[in-house]
Design a protein around this ligand. Structure first.
Ligand SMILES: Cc1cc2nc3c(=O)[nH]c(=O)nc-3n(C[C@H](O)[C@H](O)[C@H](O)COP(=O)(O)OP(=O)(O)OC[C@H]3O[C@@H](n4cnc5c(N)ncnc54)[C@H](O)[C@@H]3O)c2cc1C
Length: 473
């Protein structure tokens, strides 16, 4: 055992990510000092002084490990000795196929486990600037509501455009659910650009009547109100589409739905009245985002209204749109493959501030950050989990899977829940019983099942190669 091993890793923030990171580090025999500002200073969403407080819903979403990406993430976290999953399982409330928890019991269980751990010290204080120079290993897990003083310091370190204070999320669609008999591939005016082919966008055409009905639906659709503390976060031309629609019936047609420079090869002589464009979102090419379609419409309304767009009638959404107060880094540019800030590698980031979305995802990234930091402290190397696992797929989104296109601007990277679109496709097509051809829902389910099986098998290989995996169990 070296002296290195006895030096603490500092964690700033005791939310979902910080709590899981602390647990994983201490499980490997490395001491932790956690700095949590509550209750001395609180955020606009937290109400208690408990660690890992759930600020809104009490659901960890689907617990189906065979057909659902977040259910798979649960299963992987359990396999990796997650404290968050242990506390969630011990505090379940009935919720059908979802994993929902008694929020107070859950947060108390996490708090007690960390407070009583001999290798974890918890200091109730705000870190109001960059950590002191003698903290040589730090995990910043301060979440979507990072305190203003720390956010300002991080902003100065990373550059103005690299830290966003609102997300402006456009819906993302699984590419294979778009009907290409109605849509077509083309870049506006066939421009190839530096990395394109001239046919980079999926275009969905609307007639005059379809456009009019679409605008009516947007204006009438049910919206989510902003919290008082989020007041008017419209910025940088990131207006929600329904606000644009309210400003004038033709506004969208001269904005994100402009039809110019595009010819529909299915009906070349008839110009579309308006066009919805979708742009590739990940390197795998499995996900496409609806360009300029950030929205505050309720999720059910988005699905209903967007499926009226020709070509998107059967669209499967990997993510629906939104606009929230949210502090997050342009992680693919700034972080290396083990979540360290390239410009200052003593700082590692975890949780929602990295651009993942959701309680479970934040905790999962905390789990990985904790394991990377512990391995580093112990002088060991730890490879990232394979991209075929839910942890690896999510890490891939954060550290490189997203594609940044020049015309999308500096903020094209937006938060994301885990979903199957982030996983590399299966190498072999799924097959039914001998002589039986899979179609429709049966095929989709079989594909998801195969992706989950592959993930859990590949996770076992990763665990076997990670000398510390057994310690957390
Ligand atoms: C209003 C709101 C509602 C949400 N609802 C949901 C939902 O229903 N379901 C869901 O899955 N996700 C939801 N999220 C998204 C997200 O998953 C959660 O915010 C999640 O808690 C993120 O985990 P985290 O560990 O990254 O951050 P947090 O859990 O927020 O933890 C960050 C911690 O850092 C502390 N902190 C901040 N700055 C400092 C500092 N300078 N010094 C010391 N401590 C500091 C905070 O007090 C906090 O305890 C919501 C987010 C918001 C803002």
């Amino acid at each position: 055992m070296t002296g290195e091993r006895h030096r603490s890793v500092h964690i700033i923030g005791g939310g979902l990510a910080g709590a899981e990171a602390a647990w994983q580090i201490a499980a490997r025999g490395v001491p932790v000092v956690m700095h949590e500002m509550r209750p001395l200073r609180t955020t606009a969403a937290h109400k208690t002084s408990a660690l890992a407080e759930l600020v809104c819903s009490n659901s960890f979403r689907s617990d189906d490990r065979e057909h659902n990406a977040v259910g798979l993430l649960h299963a992987e976290m359990r396999r990796l000795g997650s404290l968050i999953m242990r506390a969630a399982d011990a505090n379940q409330v009935p919720a059908g196929g979802a994993l929902a928890v008694d929020r107070d019991g859950f947060a108390q269980a996490v708090t007690a486990a960390l407070e009583t751990h001999p290798l974890i010290a918890i200091r109730r204080e705000e870190v109001a600037g960059l950590p002191p120079a003698d903290w040589d290993s730090v995990i910043v897990a301060t979440g979507p509501l990072t305190s203003p003083a720390l956010a300002a310091a991080i902003g100065t370190l990373t550059g103005e455009d690299a830290l966003a204070f609102f997300d402006a999320i456009a819906p993302i669609v699984h590419r294979d659910s778009i009907d290409m008999a109605a849509a077509w591939l083309q870049s506006r005016y066939d421009k190839a650009g530096p990395s394109g082919s001239g046919a980079d966008y999926v275009n969905c055409p609307l007639t005059r009547d379809q456009y009019a009905a679409f605008v009516d639906a947007l204006v009438a659709g049910d919206k989510i109100a902003f919290h008082e503390w989020e007041s008017s976060p419209y910025f940088d031309g990131c207006l929600p589409i329904e606000v644009m629609a309210e400003r004038g019936r033709e506004t969208l047609r001269h904005g994100p739905m402009k039809p110019f420079g595009l010819t529909n090869p299915h009906t070349p002589v008839m110009k579309p009245y308006a066009v919805v464009q979708l742009r590739q979102d990940n390197k795998l090419g499995t996900l496409f985002n609806m360009v300029g379609f950030q929205t505050k419409l309720k999720h059910g309304e988005q699905t209903r209204i967007f499926r009226t767009i020709p070509g998107l009638e059967r669209a499967e959404f990997a993510r629906l749109g939104g606009l929230h107060r949210n502090t997050f880094l342009n992680a693919p540019k700034l972080l290396d493959g083990t979540l360290r800030l390239r410009a200052q590698p003593r700082l590692r980031f975890a949780g929602q501030i990295t651009g993942c979305e959701g309680y479970v995802e934040s905790a999962a990234i905390g789990l990985l950050a904790g394991r990377f930091a512990a391995a580093e402290r112990l002088g060991e190397s730890l490879l990232p989990p394979p991209p075929t696992t839910a942890h690896g797929a999510l890490l891939g989104h954060i550290t490189g899977g997203h594609v940044e296109t020049i015309d999308a601007g500096p903020r094209s990277y937006q938060p994301m829940n885990v979903n199957f679109g982030l996983f590399p496709p299966l190498v072999h097509a799924v097959k039914g019983e001998p002589g039986q051809r899979l179609r429709g829902t049966a095929k989709t389910l079989a594909k998801k099942q195969a992706l989950c099986r592959r993930a859990l098998a590949d996770l076992e290989h990763w665990v076997a190669g990670d000398g510390h995996a057994a310690a957390a169990e």
